[in-house]
Write a protein that binds this ligand. Structure first.
Ligand code: DGL
Length: 250
């Protein structure tokens, strides 16, 4: 049997590139297969059953591509599917992103906080457990319906208009922003433009990267490869691939 050498990583589109960017800083000698499921984007408004089916199919495909570990680079998919996947594939380590709300508790507890995430993430049981455990009692949860979608499409005017309409009323009232969807770090600059320069962002990706390295080390799975990154889009769109690599190496 061929040795398992790849790390599989997936999202509902190219948003997970913000996670891979952090991972390759910590693990440059691994090979990666990134699956951008643009055909099913957005995940945020799908039912639990739909998400489970979609994620299960992606995982099976990645396992057929010799993946030794899988990173779920989508908060929505993590919130809804990681327990199911861990149970179904106990031999594979799953590393799953989640909104970095604990970091607010640990580093910026006193400050008014906005958690931006999809409807699916905010309504999920997994996120609610996290939220109630670390609640700073100064937090607003904001379901950003449709935002991942317009970031995925890359239309800057629409992004600015959306953020102005949804965040405008929070200007001057918020100091911490939890980026609870892997697409949102791509619009940090635009969020600051609306909320103000002093906003502090919380993103789970850097800690996920460190955790992934620990998990690989513990399981004796660390690789010594040449850092190849193989991109697959579920619609086969070349424009996605170009944008993905532009962001990754920017
Ligand atoms: N990047 C996904 C997340 O982190 C976007 C979800 C969606 O497709 O709605 O939640």
């Amino acid at each position: 049997m061929k040795k398992k050498e790849n790390i599989g990583i997936f999202d509902s589109g190219i948003g997970g590139v913000t996670v891979l960017k952090e991972i390759i800083k910590v693990l440059p000698n691994e090979n990666y297969i990134y699956y951008s499921d643009s055909k099913n984007n957005p995940y945020g408004d799908k039912t639990d059953k739909e998400i489970l089916e979609i994620c299960d199919n992606i995982v099976q495909m990645l396992l057929n591509q010799n993946c030794k570990a899988i990173v779920i680079a989508c908060n929505t998919a993590s919130a809804k599917a990681v327990s199911f996947l861990r149970e179904k594939y106990p031999e594979i380590p799953f590393i799953a992103i989640e909104p970095a709300y604990k970091m607010v508790h640990d580093y910026s507890y006193e400050k008014p906080t906005l958690v931006m995430a999809t409807k699916g993430t905010i309504e999920s049981e997994k996120f609610n457990l996290l939220y109630h455990k670390y609640d700073n009692h100064k937090t607003e949860l904001l379901e950003c319906v449709g935002l991942a979608d317009i970031i995925e499409a890359g239309d800057n005017n629409k992004i600015e208009e959306y953020l102005q309409n949804t965040l405008g009323k929070h200007k001057g009232k918020i100091e911490n922003v939890v980026l609870g969807c892997t697409h949102y770090p791509l619009v940090q600059k635009e969020i600051k433009k609306v909320l103000g320069e002093n906003i502090k962002f919380f993103n789970g990706a850097p800690n996920l990267a460190i955790h992934l390295k620990d998990v690989l080390a513990k399981n004796n799975l660390l690789g010594n490869n040449n850092g190849k990154i193989y991109f697959i889009d579920s619609q086969g769109l070349p424009s996605k691939e170009r944008r993905f690599f532009d962001i990754l190496f920017k």
